[in-house]
Design a protein around this ligand. Structure first.
Ligand code: MV4
Length: 447
């Protein structure tokens, strides 16, 4: 087992990882930027190393500084958390070259899944259902026109380097194709330095349902059921839940099998997530694979009574899994609390927290790094807390969430708490009748 893990991240996830390391008797090293000197993750780790100034590019993304921090502290593994370097193939490779275990995917795996057209071809070869469309990259506009005709409109153009909706265009008919092709390529080139495109049939009003998997060093995998992440705004998730209100035992079995097949086909090692689009007839299609621990992992932990960070560390250390799958025993919901103003287009609201009261009580979990007097810097992601409620039923989990949201007081900055209060009272949400289009129709009422 590892003696010392360096956590190459900040905020709630750094704290989350430190907690599990402590429980496992593993020493921890925090890294931090100058603006994060007063952060909780710095105080709770056994050691801490400053790795640069506030901008991520000069600190949390600065590979040389992080490797140097691991070397001077003698860390034998690095946990990257989510975001930052968690899906950086180069970083994974450099860790390997320095004999530091990267608690995440191998460099090759990150590259293969990071290129969306390659990932899709790989999944198709594994026998995982994929959306009909082009066979990989489309070489020119002539081929684009031909593929759109054979696929049948409406279609979706997607950037192979994409993700988060960048370089993606829905095309309703032939008249829109040329503009979509040009603008999607331009956007992708500017964002990723790559303008390779592929095409799919457009799935109308899909749900985003993902399956959590774990693979071990022997190539064996299991699944830990789904998370419904359909409630998103501009490709940012706002809330997630398990079980999905749309799930059936039969669909879970099929999607779980497909995700395990995907994982075993590529001999995936570690915790991963296979994302699917699910249409109204409960057909499901591979969308993307995430080779990291995700923000929303706690809801899975709550319903199967399992510590996913601990499992990540164990499989990274070579421990084999049993291969049995896990099914939800409870219902869990997460609300992402961001320092954003929901009444002002979710505009970021960094600054000092002048007064704070945290919710608690039965069935309430709060993953956060904030405290009264803490200043939320403007340099990083605006998520400041994850409020998670767990109960026997969905109705009870919603009741607990409403109660916890009402107890939650954050003064000094604007937060998304008022949005979540309205969401928990929304009839469509309460019915569980929502798709990825939900937020397009949602109108926040001024308080
Ligand atoms: C799609 C789709 C409909 N049809 N693909 C959005 C992000 C990127 N990872 C894939 N996305 C989509 N791909 C086909 N063939 C609709 C979306 C989509 C979406 C997916 C999941 C969650 C929210 C979304 C919001 C808009 C569009």
């Amino acid at each position: 087992m590892f003696k010392k893990i360096l956590i190459a991240n900040r905020g709630e996830i750094a704290l989350r990882i430190i907690r599990t390391c402590k429980e496992m008797g593993i020493k921890t090293v925090a890294v931090y930027s100058v603006t994060d000197a007063e952060s909780i993750h710095v105080k709770f780790a056994d050691e801490a190393v400053c790795i640069g100034p506030a901008p991520s590019s000069e600190s949390y993304l600065k590979i040389s500084n992080i490797i140097a921090a691991a070397e001077i502290t003698n860390a034998d593994a690095i946990h990257p958390g989510y975001g930052f370097l968690s899906e950086n193939a180069k970083f994974s490779k450099i860790c390997e070259e320095h004999d530091i275990k990267f608690i995440g995917a191998s460099s090759d795996m990150i590259s293969k899944m990071g290129d969306k057209a390659t990932a899709k071809l790989t999944m198709k070869a594994a026998g995982v259902p994929c959306v009909p469309g082009s066979d990989g990259i489309i070489k020119d506009f002539a081929e684009c026109e031909k593929t759109a005709k054979t696929t049948g409109y409406p279609v979706m153009l997607k950037a192979t380097a994409g993700g988060g909706g960048k370089g993606m265009r829905a095309v309703m008919d032939e008249s829109e194709l040329k503009d979509a092709w040009d603008s999607a390529r331009q956007e992708s080139k500017a964002a990723f330095g790559n303008d390779d495109m592929y095409m799919e049939k457009l799935i109308q009003e899909p749900r985003h349902i993902e399956i959590q998997i774990i693979g071990d060093s022997k190539g064996k995998a299991c699944h830990l059921s789904e998370r419904d992440c359909s409630i998103q705004r501009r490709h940012q998730k706002l809330t997630e839940e398990v079980p999905s209100p749309f799930m059936t035992d039969e669909l879970r079995e099929k999607m779980g099998k497909a995700a395990v097949k995907a994982s075993e086909f590529i001999k995936y090692e570690g915790a991963g997530t296979v994302e699917f689009l699910v249409d109204k007839n409960r057909n499901f299609y591979f969308m993307e694979m995430n080779t990291r621990i995700q923000v929303e992992h706690p809801i899975t932990e709550q319903v199967i009574n399992f510590d996913l960070i601990r499992e990540q560390i164990l499989v990274a250390a070579g421990v084999e899994i049993s291969g049995k799958n896990y099914y939800p025993q409870l219902h869990s919901i997460e609300c992402r609390i961001n320092a954003e103003d929901p009444f002002n287009n979710f505009r970021p609201s960094p600054g000092k927290i002048t007064n704070l009261h945290l919710p608690g009580g039965h069935g309430v979990r709060l993953d956060t790094h904030v405290y009264a007097g803490y200043t939320i810097p403007s340099n990083y992601d605006s998520m400041i807390a994850k409020l998670i409620t767990t109960a026997q039923t969905r109705e009870e989990a919603i009741s607990k969430m409403k109660r916890a949201l009402n107890e939650f007081i954050i003064e000094g900055v604007k937060t998304t708490i008022p949005f979540h209060r309205q969401l928990m009272n929304n009839p469509k949400y309460i019915e569980g009748n929502y798709t990825t289009k939900f937020m397009e129709d949602f109108e926040i009422e001024s308080n």
